[in-house]
Ligand binder design. Sequence first.
Ligand code: ZN
Length: 201
Amino acid sequence: MLPRPIQNLIDEFSKLPSVGPRQAARFVFYLINQPKEEIEKFAKKLFILKKIKYCHFCNRTMETDHEKTILCSICKNKDRNRTMVCIVEKDTDIESIEKTKRYDGLYYVIGTEDENKQLARLKDLISRIKKSNKELKEIIIATDATTEGETIALYAARQLAELNKIYPELKITRLGRGLSTGSELEYMDEDTLTNALLGRK
Ligand SMILES: [Zn+2]
């Protein structure tokens, strides 16, 4: 039997996505063999996650000491094009799209974890658009070209269609499918992603 603290940590690591108990044990024993300072640094970095909050508009993560919900640097930026919202699955997709420098609108992160949460976030977006964003011209659905991404995209398109009743001019587009099947935004090179953005329809 392993000492309790070790087993406890293995159990924690096992909760991470795609990590099984054996891999979790490898992580823990790797950490045990690190110098004390390294373990301390690691623990501090974990602890600081408590300071991470979600942007009130786009759900993107950000570091803040504020207790109240606030906006992230993109949503706050007055120079961003507020007529466009790009729906992505995760924060890292925003990083990828930002790198192309071909998009200056807003984003909306729907997450990847669970379908109900994604649905809730989509509904939240729709109700907020209904209430406030009269200038919206385009919503780009930029999900991965994977089975999961495709499912979310179809789903989002169906949900968003109701906005057309209020905004007949509103375009709902998807990334151009020059993307090979199975590609995830975060692993795409800038040229491919730029083409996908430019080729959206
Ligand atoms: Zn934001």
